[in-house]
Design a protein around this ligand. Sequence first.
Ligand code: AMP
Length: 363
Amino acid sequence: MRTIGILGGGQLGRMLALAGYPLGLRFRFLDPSPQACAGDVGELIVGDYSDPQVLAQFVAGLDCVTYEFENVPLDAASTLATFCPVYPPPAALATAQSRLIEKQFFSRLNIPVVPFVPIDDTSDLDHARHELGLPMLFKLRRYGYDGKGQVVIRTADELPHAWAELNSEPVLAERLIPFERELSLIAVRSLRGTMAYYPLIENLHQGGILHRSLVPAMPPQHALQLEAETYARRVLDALDYVGVLVLEFFQLDGHLIINEMAPRVHNSGHWTIEGAETSQFENHLRAILGLPLGATTLRGHVAMLNLIGSVPDLAAVLKFAGTHLHTYNKAPRAGRKVGHITVRADDPATLQQMLADVAQVVG
Ligand code: AMP
């Protein structure tokens, strides 16, 4: 029996394990929190990612290591890689951990990005205004997620205040673009080099947090789907990538502009559990173990609704046919993702009606 080690014990780790049990896999998680919700479904080692003793205890007997969040310390990933294979490759982590390195990487691969300027000191503020115009957006280069560590700047006067608000840390200034919608692509590349792509997903955010995902976002073989797959292939090849990789795009004037990537399974892909032939979680495991990838075809029209802050009454949601509820057993807290609902229908009109019904219960 093979044992997979997962760095991070959140809901993504939990769903990876749930997808892996039918394949006969075992799981061990490493997380600094004893409350990590993946501990419900596998062995949980509680400790610091940078503690060599903890890493040694974690890696003993593992066949392979993967991670469920991208802020894993690079040193930890590299240390573990001396004991057993670590996928996706640590080079993908290094790229995704810095918004600046990531944007420069996309530019080198000729993948369109929004105009950006790195800000390291006050003299860069004028340069950014000149290069980008207004409005613009400051983003912390590291550890920003769910819209945290971001400030919108609409007038020149706001520039120094906005930077002070982010503690004058190195930031990335980006032109604020009037995108039409946000899309993500889940790509997967196996140890054998085979690649597969899910249909593009439309994502709706509220307050910087993913609120809803919808598939299909467009008909099959749409030009945007092919564009997204072309860009994904460039990234997968450049990083000699293994596992699931998610690219997040803005759609503007009939084209895609890349915003960021996640070298892991992703919230916008939770619907794949019931809505695709093979889930992103199972395909990630297949990829890192060198097994054949599963089909990524859709099973109807699907939507995923994040449960943020609290989980509704199970019975009230489950009474709707075609509805699946996942609760992560995390302590409810404002702004915290504590579960999700997937709704599946045969046509878009039925899906919209079902979503309206479910939304009434979720609030
Ligand atoms: P991020 O942390 O980069 O995913 O940004 C969080 C959210 O802010 C995105 O989902 C977008 O809704 C918005 N956003 C980020 N960058 C830009 C941009 N350059 N122009 C307009 N909106 C943006």
